[in-house]
Write a protein that binds this ligand. Structure first.
Ligand code: AP5
Ligand code: MG
Ligand code: ZN
Length: 220
């Protein structure tokens, strides 16, 4: 099964992808994570990416599609893909169809996490991750069970993203509205889009996604 998690910054794409990886053995394909890895590598490409990401703008379609192409080719046939933060433009949506076709795959579900953008700023500025294993946490909504210790790996170092400040978040949201929201009708027309209330608590959102993947919920 191959699915897309679609939604603005802070909608919960990464949080829900992480859960699907744990519960269903699917593979998360986050272009944001891939780009951050490239950025941290300090290459010339990484420096160019850093400038774009830190401004909250979109990296070029060519760069992100090449990343997805490489990752999908490395998947085992039985592994399902969760596209997190990709596609983000109509052009990327077209490229994804091609890449999936070339790999003998098809898109089963597109899940739109429907959220109230004004409330997302709180989610984003409170977010941090384990510096060792990448597990995600939040100052208010998801703290480690033991303060200062990662639930997953026991690490003690945490980090915050350079683009998680209010001003950059506003730019990221404007980019979403202008360039990414227009892909929603494409998938709606194909009958594979389901809209879920992303403002519900994390467990409720997970249950709603599970119902879609298990075919126990009717489509939007
Ligand atoms: P990317 O890394 O994809 O960031 P984003 O889309 O802005 O989304 P986020 O990762 O901020 O949010 P999320 O939906 O994953 O939410 P999360 O689960 O963390 O992209 C970053 C940048 O890379 C882009 O700006 C662009 O420059 C570039 N880029 C990436 N992909 C690209 C592409 N395809 N094309 C071009 N450029 C690209 O949740 C947020 C917080 O809220 C967490 O702390 C979480 O614990 C909490 N939370 C989650 N769900 C809930 C809930 N239901 N209730 C309460 N709290 C919750
Ligand atoms: Mg994310
Ligand atoms: Zn950890």
């Amino acid at each position: 099964m191959n699915i897309i998690l679609l939604g603005p910054p802070g909608a919960g794409k990464g949080t829900q992808a992480e859960r699907l990886v744990a519960s269903r053995g699917m593979v998360q394909m986050s272009t944001g994570d891939m780009l951050r890895a490239e950025k941290n590598a300090g290459t010339e490409l990484g420096d160019r990416i850093k400038a774009v990401m830190d401004a909250g703008e979109l990296v070029s379609d060519e760069i992100v599609s090449a990343l997805i192409d490489n990752c999908l080719a490395a998947l085992k046939p039985e592994q399902g893909a969760i596209f997190d933060g990709y596609p983000r433009t109509a052009a990327q949506a077209g490229t994804l169809d091609e890449i999936l076709g070339n790999n003998g795959r098809r898109l089963d579900h597109v899940i739109e996490l429907h959220v109230d953008e004004d409330k997302l700023v709180t989610r984003i500025v409170g977010r941090y991750t384990c510096a060792t294993c990448g597990a995600g946490y939040h100052d208010m909504f998801k703290q480690p069970k033991v303060a200062g210790t990662c639930d997953v790996c026991g690490g003690h170092e945490f980090k915050r993203r350079a683009d998680d400040n209010e001003q950059t978040v506003r730019t990221r949201m404007a980019e979403y509205r202008a360039k990414t929201a227009p892909v929603i009708p494409i998938y709606e027309a194909r009958g594979i889009l389901t809209r879920i209330d992303g403002m519900a608590d994390i467990d409720t959102v997970s249950a709603a996604i599970a119902a879609v993947l298990d075919g126990t919920q009717t489509k939007a």
